[in-house]
Design a binder for this molecule. Structure first.
Ligand SMILES: *Cc1c(COP(=O)(O)O)cnc(C)c1O
Length: 361
């Protein structure tokens, strides 16, 4: 007889939970998890390889626990006068978010966001033993400053997530919503800017709100704009005291010497690494225009993906695309599907496949 999860002395609060499970299928066109589908350029890859090779010679020793060079590189990249004391990093921004929840959520505490949003927030929250509460958005997936403040005042969360722009809807969030949310709570406010580089160039980052707001955190990732998802590097900016709180919960030496070397080298080529962002944004806008012409409704997106509605049977459309070699995402919003903007060729493959299976209802 095989052992089932329920046979084990699992924590009661984990029973019945489902793990994160975006399908990983080897399809020719994979546009399902918002990766940057452009490979790392050869000259940058060469530099990263040299840096990793140098780090390998010292891999008998534990790495710099404070990943000093990498924090300095992130501070430079973000600008706004940040220094390395205000930077933290981890193996993906998911780990960085987990550190925040381990320090500021946990048993007896509450974390909150506005649904629909990134599916990892409740999973990471419950993993620390905290309670998850979700609030609501308007029909166009925006949240007004007044509504944000009202909902947060009512729930009184210890940790509030603001995904800006939002995954899986693509919706922008203006700084006045973030300010209103911050003023409505005494808890931590995390602005997840995983997609900020895909926003219009003049759209301000919440990093500009950090001065004087010691409970505000802005998290970023190298997984999307930087084409670095496989390396697992995420980071955040916040008050130095808040960073000290994260040192209480991280594992010693959590960022390997190889990861630190690779990420620092890649950041040295930020301009090249980000060179594809404008091209991806133009493919995103092409997706929005074309799915509209096919009879679907594209939601406004400041990210590298498009959520579109008017899909009569999302599971059937998802399968029909799959059968044509194109993998996108059914994120469980009725009559909607989400697709990542790929290269021009990948985007064409998706749009042609979608056109071939009939129009929206
Ligand atoms: C993709 C994504 C992340 C990034 O996760 P990593 O662990 O850095 O790969 C974080 N937040 C949101 C909203 C995302 O969509």
């Amino acid at each position: 007889m095989t052992t089932r999860l329920d046979d084990l002395p699992l924590r009661d609060d984990l029973r019945g939970m489902k793990p994160y499970g975006a399908p990983q299928a080897a399809l020719p066109v994979a546009l399902n998890v918002n990766e940057n589908t452009h490979p790392v350029p050869d000259d940058v890859a060469g530099d990263i390889l040299d840096a990793v090779a140098r780090a390998l010679r010292d891999v008998n020793r534990y790495p710099d626990r404070e990943f000093t060079a990498l924090r300095e590189a992130f501070a430079d990249y973000l600008g706004e006068g940040l220094t390395r004391e205000q930077i933290w990093a981890g193996n993906g921004s998911n780990e960085v978010l987990q550190h925040l929840l381990q320090a500021f959520a946990g048993p007896g505490r509450t974390a909150f966001s506005f649904d629909p949003t990134y599916s990892m927030y409740p999973l990471l929250t419950r993993g620390t033993g905290a309670r998850w509460v979700s609030g609501v958005r308007s029909h166009d997936y925006t949240v007004s400053p007044a509504s944000a403040a009202e909902q947060i005042s009512e729930v009184r969360p210890d940790v509030t997530f603001l995904c800006a722009p939002n995954n899986p809807t693509g919706t922008p969030m203006s700084l006045d919503v973030i300010e209103a949310a911050y003023d409505a709570t005494e808890g931590i406010v995390i602005v997840d800017e995983a997609y900020q580089e895909f926003a219009p160039h003049d759209a301000p980052s919440a990093v500009s709100l950090l001065p004087g707001r010691e409970r505000l955190v802005v998290s970023r990732t190298m997984s999307k704009a930087f084409a670095f998802a496989g390396a697992r590097v995420g980071y955040l900016a916040a008050d130095p005291a808040l960073i000290d709180a994260l040192r209480l919960v991280r594992l010693p030496y959590h960022l390997s010497a190889l990861t630190q070397a690779a990420a620092t080298a890649a950041l040295g080529h930020a301009d090249t690494m980000l060179g594809m962002v404008d091209e991806i944004v133009s493919q995103r806008d092409r997706i929005s225009a074309t799915v509209e012409a096919l009879g679907y409704q594209a939601h406004e997106s400041w990210t590298n993906f498009v959520l579109f509605g008017g899909v009569a049977d999302p599971a059937a459309t998802w399968q029909a695309l799959y059968d044509r070699g194109v993998l996108i995402r059914d994120i469980g919003i009725p009559h909607h599907l989400r697709v990542t903007a790929g290269t021009a060729d990948e985007t064409t493959a998706f749009l042609d496949a979608l056109a071939s299976i009939g129009s929206g209802s």
